[in-house]
Design a protein around this ligand. Structure first.
Ligand code: ATR
Length: 315
């Protein structure tokens, strides 16, 4: 999924944030003693909201960390990561376009990172480089906790079959939904995901199916997730309007100052709509937990971020 530096455009996870949000963040870390170093690595990366989020988590938990941006040239991810490690860095968040490179670099992988085929969190310790992927966890937690929508027993429609979609399938299956239908413009990619996750779906008692839009089943779904890159250029993915009902949660993994076209369309069909800002905060909280063993509360940080995003000049 491509990313944009235009803050007015809906953003992918950890991208497209208003510049003033992240630049004010690292300056607000006020601990006096030695602090453990973390960063978000990407290209571009200056608009990332992660330093703001982790600075708030550090304040909230009292953990002595410093968290900055790390811009790596496209062809020099590994040397930049190694230099960060040698300078005492303890862990990294990884964003576009390096999640596959981070997956290759890790010496151990969590099951969810292996399933995703991508890594968004690296932890450096005596045992080596541990790779994890907290994106799916963040999505599930945002839906279930912040949006109070249980996934257990739910009928879920997932739109898209790229990296963003693949990263969230296993954590969703682990919530034991009734049905997961994966639909993609390129139907074969959705079918490949169905094949990849059929054993996990069976273990979860979930009916997993997918392909083109014709795979969408009759009746309203409980949750519809847009994991396509369509919102970046205001394009709607292909779907069936009958999939949306008044009890449907329509979730766009993108976010921006204004509702995405997908959210607007869902609302005109009577559904409740949410963007991916909560997923961004909750994936960060899980990364923080992986590094520090302390779980911050995402809700107040999400509220602050939402205010900043809505502020004049932020979008
Ligand atoms: P990412 O890793 O961020 O998911 P990706 O692997 O390029 O990015 O996948 C982008 C997803 O958005 C794919 O599911 C893509 O559909 P195709 O596999 O058919 O390319 C989907 N996508 C992008 N633009 C779209 C559009 N305008 N309409 C529908 N789907 C779109």
């Amino acid at each position: 999924m491509s990313q944009t530096a235009n803050p007015a455009t809906p953003a992918t996870l950890d991208s497209g944030a208003a510049a003033q949000v992240s630049s004010s963040a690292s300056a607000q870390v006020t601990a006096t003693g030695a602090r453990d170093r973390y960063a978000v690595v990407g290209n571009p990366v200056s608009h990332s909201k992660s330093p703001f989020i982790h600075a708030r988590f550090a304040e909230q938990t009292g953990e002595p960390i410093e968290y900055t941006h790390l811009l790596a040239p496209i062809d020099a991810f590994v040397p930049h990561v190694r230099a960060f490690m040698e300078a005492g860095g303890r862990g990294l968040n990884v964003t576009v376009p390096f999640k596959l490179d981070a997956h290759a670099l890790a010496t151990t992988l969590s099951p969810r990172a292996a399933a995703a085929g991508a890594v968004n969190t690296l932890r450096f310790d005596a045992d080596g480089i541990h790779g994890d992927n907290t994106d799916g966890f963040g999505l599930v937690r945002d839906i279930e906790v912040n949006l109070a929508t249980p996934l257990k027993g739910a009928r879920i429609l997932l739109l898209g079959a790229g990296g963003a979609a693949r990263g969230v399938v296993l954590p969703m299956l682990e919530r034991a939904p009734h049905t997961l239908t994966i639909v993609n413009r390129t139907a074969e990619k959705a079918s490949a995901l169905v094949d990849q996750f059929s054993a996990a779906a069976h273990a979860a008692g979930c009916r997993l199916a997918g392909g083109s839009a014709s795979a969408i089943e009759p009746g309203a779904y409980d949750v519809i997730i847009n994991a396509t890159a369509g919102s970046l250029d205001a394009a709607l993915p292909e779907f069936d309007d009958g999939a949306f009902g008044s009890a449907t949660l329509a979730y766009d993994m993108m976010y921006g100052a204004r509702p995405t076209v997908f959210m607007q369309h869902a609302q005109t069909l009577g559904a409740r709509a949410a963007d991916g800002l909560g997923m961004l905060v909750e994936q960060a909280a899980e990364s923080f937990y992986i590094w520090r063993g302390v779980r911050p509360d995402g809700a107040p940080v999400l509220a602050q971020l939402r205010q900043l995003l809505a502020a004049p000049g932020a979008a």
